[in-house]
Design a binder for this molecule. Structure first.
Ligand SMILES: C[S@@+](CC[C@H](N)C(=O)[O-])C[C@H]1O[C@@H](n2cnc3c(N)ncnc32)[C@H](O)[C@@H]1O
Length: 275
């Protein structure tokens, strides 16, 4: 209905252009805090012990994949956004870590990988799948990609807290460009109990002037729809996909991300496929 709500690959392609050209809305330095990310992942999943095989199935700019590769995991990194993976490849080269990158939709993991990994991670991504059925399909694919006994680490924004707070309009910064300034604002559209739209508006000062001789502004808005993936829904979908046990890690504050570690059982009854 709204032309600025984009499919995931297109949303990130446009977002990445802004990050590259004007450094908004995120700083690459923040993305590149590999040591901090590594500590968080090890606290949740243990250390790499040399040769553990890991899948980051929504690697984006490579934050988790590169942090893990630097700590000794052998990492395969997949994502549906080719432009984000270009960043990740560049950062991996800078860090001199060897990562196998492959474009893959999380929903297709089950047909690509079979009992191949000791662990899998997915951060800030599952709720970008549009429906519960799609999320469950992705989770079933991740379970199939894990070895029996393998663990899945999920991190995501706390959607229960988001729906309580319903934040609006946070200012993400201002940069000078040749014809003036670009300002960026992040906003949320709370569409329904099940879906929200995360939006970024980039307002660019133009060199043209209006009838009152004021500089004009042009606005480029991009948005991506997200499932309001509440903790109880995530738990139900993990159970339905065949994970057991499922552990929600303690949250130090309600605004901190939700972290979950879920296991593919070591032994499974015949015919378990989580679909
Ligand atoms: C907010 S970014 C997070 C990236 C990275 N995990 C991090 O924490 O910095 C979400 C990522 O999920 C990816 N994603 C969304 N839907 C996906 C899907 N269906 N299959 C694979 N990746 C997907 C997006 O392309 C994007 O790179």
């Amino acid at each position: 209905m709204y032309p600025w709500i984009l499919p995931v690959p297109e949303y990130y392609a446009r977002m990445n252009t802004y990050i590259l050209q004007v450094g908004l809305p995120y700083s690459l330095d923040h993305i590149k805090d590999w040591d901090e990310e590594g500590r968080t992942l090890c606290a949740a999943m243990g250390n790499a012990n040399g040769q553990r095989l890991a899948l980051d199935c929504s690697c984006g700019w490579g934050k988790q994949a590169i942090a893990m590769a630097r700590l000794g995991w052998t990492v395969t990194a997949t994502d549906v956004s080719a432009s984000s993976m270009d960043f990740a490849r560049q950062f991996a080269a800078e860090e001199q870590v060897d990562i196998h990158f492959q474009e893959c939709d999380m929903r297709d993991l089950g047909s690509q990988f079979h009992a191949a990994f000791d662990c899998a991670v997915s951060c800030f991504a599952l709720y970008e799948l549009p429906t519960d059925a799609a999320i469950q399909q992705a989770l079933a694919g991740i379970r199939a990609a894990l070895k029996p006994g393998g663990q899945l680490y999920i991190r995501m924004r706390d959607m229960d807290f988001l729906m309580e707070e319903m934040p609006r309009h946070s200012f993400c910064g201002e940069r000078r460009v040749p014809n003036g300034r670009i300002l960026c604002i992040e906003d949320w559209d709370f569409e329904s109990e099940t879906h929200v739209v995360a939006m970024n508006a980039f307002m660019r000062e133009d060199e043209t002037r209006d009838v009152d001789d004021h500089l004009r502004w042009t606005t480029d808005t991009i948005g991506v729809r997200k499932r309001v993936l509440r903790k109880d829904v995530l738990k139900r979908l993990l159970q339905a996909a065949g994970f057991d046990p499922i552990v929600f890690l303690p949250q130090s504050a309600p605004w901190m991300p939700v972290e979950v570690v879920a296991h593919r059982p070591t032994t499974e009854s015949p015919g378990t496929n989580g679909q």
